[in-house]
Design a protein around this ligand. Structure first.
Ligand code: KG4
Ligand code: ZN
Length: 328
């Protein structure tokens, strides 16, 4: 049995959680900064870093209090050490280092992407390696074959925008506000997905990479032409994005015969139309489709604490440097 305190601050959520080796989330708190970034239509790194610095210490304290615990009760302190917005990453990592130093508990520096990659195992004890993970959020857009703890094969990445970013930019073009994904999905329900002819970048290419910049530009041109309703634009954009994701993931699935499941994580995994399309794709390959609860799919500290649980027994030096870039 072990208990890990996890800290996450690599983007715009300040989060802390306590997770034990029985997969129990003993406490978790998350402070979103959506309000602070909304006027800018995206995450402003300097505003994010300041907000993390203001919130992190009381948030960790409150999380421990929620579980009725003190630092003495935890076995390790895990924090995201990258990749991400460097100011925010430093705030979380420095906090974890201070707590580790004060308590004498080991520090575990976690790769944020490893947190996402292992989070389905926190939700589902039966999920077996290797599984194919489609990670789609505002900051990430990749397909990973999760082979074992510490063994991740990246099969695909985006050559320009992340998928969530494409949703957010489309929302901005259509004047729907930030974060845009949920607003685009809502409006898309009222539109015709075949109304606006839009490109499907890279569909049909043999490598399973992603590209969304051309799709976003096409939405902008179509919007400026003024011939289609916002609902038809939203629906057509969403359909094009889904077609790209399904085609690219199909190529990745075809390349790995060993996968035991298709798993989706990241904020865009909230999209119901996307989920339905991926579920159908998994069925095509005779695989189970796993979509962890949304609270574990979007940025959170429970997944960082869980990565710490999986790494219990290891520790990192207190001078471990924050990494803005850190491929798995
Ligand atoms: O994982 P997340 O909370 O943060 C990171 O970016 O790491 O993901 C947020 C992203 C945003 O781009 C947001 O617009 C998108 O996920 N998103 C959605 C939906 N809900 C959130 N995109 C499409 N449809 C949704 N329902
Ligand atoms: Zn993330």
């Amino acid at each position: 049995m072990g208990i890990v305190l996890g800290i996450e601050s690599s983007c715009d959520e300040t989060a802390a959680a306590l997770v034990d080796s029985e997969r129990r989330i003993l406490a978790q708190r998350i402070a979103s900064q959506d309000e602070a970034h909304r006027p800018y239509g995206g995450v402003v790194p300097e505003i994010a870093a300041r907000a993390h610095a203001e919130r992190i210490a009381p948030l960790v304290e409150a999380t421990l209090a929620d579980a009725g615990m003190a630092l003495d009760d935890v076995d390790a302190i895990a924090a995201t050490a990258g990749p991400g917005l460097i100011g925010g990453v430093m705030v979380g990592l420095v906090t974890a280092k201070a707590l580790a130093m004060a308590s004498g508990k080991p520090l575990i520096a976690v790769n944020h992407l490893e947190g996402h990659a292992l989070s389905p195992r926190l939700a589902d004890a039966t999920l077996a390696y290797p599984y194919l993970l489609l990670l789609v959020s505002g900051g990430h857009c990749q397909v990973l074959l999760v082979e074992a703890l510490g063994r991740y094969r990246r099969l695909a990445t985006t050559i320009d925008d992340a998928l969530g970013e494409a949703f957010d930019k489309t929302a901005k073009i259509l004047g729907l506000g930030y974060p845009g994904g949920p607003a685009v999905e809502r409006l898309a329900r009222e539109g015709n997905p075949r109304a606006v002819p839009l490109p499907r970048p890279l569909v049909g290419s043999g490598e399973p990479h992603f590209s969304f910049a051309g799709l976003k530009s096409a939405v902008l041109r179509a919007h400026q032409a003024g011939t289609h309703s916002a609902a038809d634009l939203a629906a057509s954009f969403q359909q094009a994005a889904i077609d790209c994701v399904v085609d690219r993931t199909r190529i990745a699935l075809s390349a790995v015969s060993s996968a035991t499941a298709l798993v989706v994580a990241g904020g865009v995994a909230a999209n119901q139309a996307m989920r339905a399309a991926l579920e159908q794709l998994a069925a095509e390959f005779g695989l189970p489709f796993v979509a962890p609860p949304l609270a574990l799919c979007t940025d959170n500290a429970a997944m960082i604490a869980w990565a710490g649980v999986e790494r219990l027994g290891q520790s990192d030096p207190l001078d471990f440097a924050a990494r803005p870039r850190w491929p798995l």
